[in-house]
Each structure stands twice: as structure tokens, then as C-alpha cells.
Design a protein around this ligand. Structure first.
Ligand code: KG4
Ligand code: ZN
Length: 346
């Protein structure tokens, strides 16, 4: 039970939050960088880390001001230190270390993906364990068994693209806009999800995912089968040859297949594990079709569905400070040698 300042900078959101007792969000400031990356249709790591550097201190100041909290009232400084873009992580980690060192407060490093699993707890009541967890974001797609907020086991993950990455690529193929996920969801609203038959990969008996075949099937469905190879590849059609209704149909068909891939593995995971709750977080869990699918699964199995509120689906520091409360209670403290890591290796 503690008052914790959280810092998040793993990708293209600079965020700071003050959270009391893991759940009560006193402030959660998120500075997005969408405008800086839009013209590249994806996050450019160097641009992201430079933007974090410019924004991190104003964002931290604003979050303390909004919470009405002085540094001296805090119990700990928490920071997402893995996984993510290394240059981006280092900015948040540097700021957190400087604050912890200058105030003498404990430093707590938090796994960003685990924090997504905490996001359903924010502003909300406590969770019943064991639980199945789903993280569906731009960088991660995985299923977990949680015996507690900090006892987490991966039971399935993507072998290639993350689902959010697939949404972003689908938006590039359909010239739908940036960021891709919300753009595809909007475009899909007027489309027929049965128009294109797109494959849903099944990887034997595992609970793993694969989204790269779906993305290629969408590309061929929209532009036709390519001729030639490498730089000389040509397609029979351009997306601009499609009628507006056909673009909407393609978006709806893609969204249906991507969501079905998640729901199918989730059904199998719940069949294999005796759980009381289903926790879901990450940017793609803002998607209405996925939220409806998750509601159906939880209803069918009579388990408690805990979806992150839409403000906490995308990257945010409240989830970092929230999970840090559980780590703090477990006695976890880190030193000034805490490293940033692009991938989680332990
Ligand atoms: O969790 P997040 O902010 O960052 C990572 O940790 O990766 O997730 C960002 C991802 C992006 O790929 C974005 O396109 C996707 O979440 N996303 C959505 C929606 N809103 C955000 N995907 C589908 N439907 C949405 N409504
Ligand atoms: Zn994330």
C-alpha cells in the first residue's frame, strides 16, 4: 500500500502517473507522438527517443501538479525498464534513476507487458486469481496464467507479428490512416466481415499466434497476386482501384480474422486452465470487436472479465505505478545499476 510515481517511455508515448495503493489513479499524463511518426507509417526509434527527452520532465511535473503531490510524499519511483525500444526506455529509466537518487526514494523497475495485465485493476475493484491474461498490443500478443499479480507464466505468444502491428500494416495496405488500429476499426464499421476469406493460422496444439500470413492474405486480396520478386514485384491492382465499400469490406474481414485468432486460442487456454478471471490489456483491447468477443468468452465460461478501461489500454504510466505497488509489497527494490532491456530474457 503505497503512493507511487510511475514513468513510461517504452515506445512512442511519454507518460507519468501518480497512483495510490495500486488502483487509485491521482493523475496519468500521456504525451503521444503520433504526429511525429505518422508520415513514416510507423514508429521511428530515433525520433521517439528524442521526443521522450524533450517531454519527460514537463510530463512528470504536470503529473505531480495534477495529483497535488510533492516528491517528498511519495513512497517509490517506478519505471517501465523492459521490454521496448532501447533508446526510448533509457530516457524514462534515466529520469527515474535521477529522481530516486536525488530524493532517496526506492527505485522499482517494472516489466511493461506485465503492467498491461495490471491495467484492468486501475480505478477498479480487486481481481480473483488464478486468471488468464491477454496482452494484445503493437509490440506483444500473448496469453498468460496469473496466480497473483506478480506470479505470471506465458502460455502462448506470437511467433511473428504482434496483432497491433498487423492492424497497423493492414491500415498501410488499405491506406486507412495512422495509427492503424483505430483507423481499421472505423473503416470496418461499414464493411461486410464475410466479404474476404482470410486465413487464421493454427500452430499445432500450442497456444501461439501468427499474424504474418493474415497480413499477406489481405495484401493479395486487395491488390491481387504479385508478379516478379524483390524490388521488381508488381501487383495487378492498387488499393485506389477499390470502391469505398470494397475497402471497408477488406478492413472488416481483416478485423474479424484477427479477433477470431485471439478468441480461438483464448477459448482453448480457458479449457486447459482452471481460472476465475480473464484480464485483458494493451492497445488492441480498445477494439470494440475484440471487447465483444472477450465478453462472449467470459460469459460462456462463467468467469469474471476484467477489461482495461479505454484510457488504460494504450501505453500509460498508471499501469506501471499500479503494478509497482504489488512489487513494492513483495519487497522488490532496484539499484542504480537497473538496466533497460529491449527484450525480456529471464
Ligand atoms: O499498448 P500499445 O499502446 O503499445 C504497445 O505496447 O505496443 O498498443 C498500440 C497498438 C497499435 O498497434 C495500435 O494500432 C493498436 O494498439 N490499437 C488498436 C486500436 N487502438 C489501438 N488496434 C485495433 N483497434 C483499436 N481500436
Ligand atoms: Zn504497451
Amino acid at each position: 500500500m503505497a503512493l507511487i510515481l510511475g514513468i513510461e517511455s517504452s515506445c512512442d508515448e511519454t507518460s507519468a502517473a501518480v497512483v495510490r495503493d495500486g488502483c487509485e489513479v491521482l493523475s496519468n499524463i500521456v504525451a503521444t507522438q503520433h504526429d511525429l511518426h505518422e508520415r513514416y507509417s510507423g514508429v521511428v526509434p530515433e525520433i521517439a527517443s528524442r521526443a521522450h527527452l524533450e517531454r519527460i520532465l514537463p510530463v512528470i511535473k504536470e503529473c505531480l501538479l495534477e495529483a497535488g503531490v510533492q516528491l517528498g510524499e511519495l513512497d517509490a519511483i517506478a519505471v517501465g525498464h523492459e521490454p521496448g525500444l532501447i533508446g526510448s526506455l533509457l530516457v524514462g529509466l534515466g529520469a527515474a534513476k535521477a529522481l530516486a537518487w536525488s530524493t532517496g526514494l526506492p527505485l522499482i523497475g517494472v516489466n511493461h507487458v506485465w503492467a498491461h495485465l495490471w491495467s484492468p485493476c486501475l480505478d477498479s475493484r480487486s481481481i480473483e486469481f488464478p486468471a488468464i491474461g491477454l496482452v494484445a498490443s503493437g509490440g506483444h500478443t500473448a496469453l498468460y496464467v496469473l496466480r497473483s499479480p506478480t506470479d505470471i507464466e506465458v502460455i502462448g505468444s506470437t511467433i511473428d507479428d504482434a496483432i497491433g502491428e498487423a492492424f497497423d500494416k493492414a491500415a498501410t495496405i488499405l491506406e486507412a490512416g495512422y495509427p492503424g488500429g483505430p483507423a481499421i476499426e472505423t473503416l470496418a464499421c461499414d464493411g461486410d466481415p464475410g466479404a474476404l476469406k482470410l486465413p487464421i493460422a493454427r500452430l499445432g496444439d500450442t497456444l501461439d499466434f501468427s499474424f504474418s500470413g493474415l497480413k499477406t492474405a489481405l495484401l493479395y486480396g486487395v491488390r491481387g497476386r504479385p508478379e516478379g520478386r524483390g524490388r521488381d514485384v508488381t501487383y495487378p491492382r492498387s488499393v485506389r482501384d477499390l470502391a469505398a465499400s470494397e475497402r471497408a469490406d477488406a478492413a472488416a474481414s481483416f478485423q474479424k480474422a484477427a479477433v477470431a485468432a485471439i478468441i480461438r486460442n483464448l477459448e482453448r487456454a480457458i479449457g486447459q486452465h482452471d481460472v476465475r478471471s480473464l484480464l485483458a490489456g494493451g492497445g488492441v483491447t480498445a477494439n470494440g470487436e475484440l471487447r465483444r468477443g472477450l465478453t462472449g468468452v467470459a460469459d460462456d465460461h462463467g468467469i469474471d472479465l476484467r477489461l482495461a478501461a479505454s484510457a488504460y489500454c494504450v501505453d500509460n504510466a498508471a499501469m506501471i505505478a499500479g503494478l509497482a505497488d504489488a512489487l513494492h509489497a513483495d519487497g522488490i527494490r532496484h539499484g542504480m545499476d537497473l538496466p533497460a532491456a529491449a527484450r525480456v530474457t529471464h
